[in-house]
Design a protein around this ligand. Structure first.
Ligand code: CA
Length: 233
């Protein structure tokens, strides 16, 4: 999946410079010039990281960061603060409200990208590259293979990501909206019933290896991958 970075910066020259460099580095970018627009953006789609200018018109970057950290849905989004301030006090204040890092303007594009990569690496769940196995169903991110014993389960890319997410987040019900957030990442143009379509395809593929019962529908709530295999719902 492409890493999506939201740039919140009111100076258009800096906004353009960052956008250009991040796109060159292979990131997908969105840009907004104030915290209010950033809020709307985040409500529609969760970015993988927010580059947040400290000094913004109306709501400050620090206020916006605080709001992101208070909401269960957004509190895990990595934040890198951008600022012209260089005083140690400000840096501490930024990190205290939960920013992951802090870059003082002017910065070189190389430094920015190095910091972004470092924050993303730190935030990545340790298990992201590790193989997971549940009830003999094994998913190995190293080679993108899903197998039961030695039999391969053939999955499309979305079904693979959906299964990977569910196998690493077991025994919890996820609503369609939450799955769109976590698996699709951006659900502005995706309808919730799309989730049902991909769950159906995933179950069909799992059925060939007798594992279609792993994913349960929880009526009115969403889906769950259960590690208690004897429950039939
Ligand atoms: Ca500014």
């Amino acid at each position: 999946m492409t890493t999506k970075i939201l740039i919140v910066e009111d100076e258009s020259a800096i906004q353009e410079l960052i956008t250009y460099n991040l796109q060159q580095a292979g990131y997908e970018t969105s840009k907004v010039e104030n915290a209010e627009k950033a809020m709307k953006h985040v409500q529609n789609a969760l970015p993988d990281l927010v580059l947040l200018d400290w000094m913004l018109p109306n709501m400050s970057g620090i206020e916006f960061a605080r709001i992101l950290r208070q909401d269960a849905r957004t509190k895990m989004i990595p934040i890198i603060m951008l600022t012209a301030r260089s005083e140690e006090n400000d840096k501490i204040k930024g990190l205290e409200i939960g920013a992951d890092d802090y870059i003082t303007k002017p910065f070189s594009p190389r430094e920015l990208i190095a910091r972004i990569n470092a924050v993303l690496r730190r935030r990545a769940p340790e298990s992201a590259d590790e193989a997971v196995e549940i009830d003999q169903l094994r998913l190995d991110p190293a080679n993108h293979r899903v197998t039961v014993d030695d039999q391969e389960v053939i999955l499309g890319p979305t079904e693979y990501r959906l299964l990977h997410f569910m196998m690493t987040h077991t025994d919890r019900v996820y609503s369609r909206g939450q799955l769109l957030d976590r698996v699709w990442g951006d659900h502005v143009f995706v309808e919730e019933r799309t989730v049902d379509v991909h769950i159906r395809r995933l179950r069909k593929a799992l059925q060939l290896v007798g594992k279609n019962d792993l994913i349960q529908t929880v009526r009115g709530s969403g889906y769950r991958l259960s590690t208690g295999f004897n429950t039939n719902q």
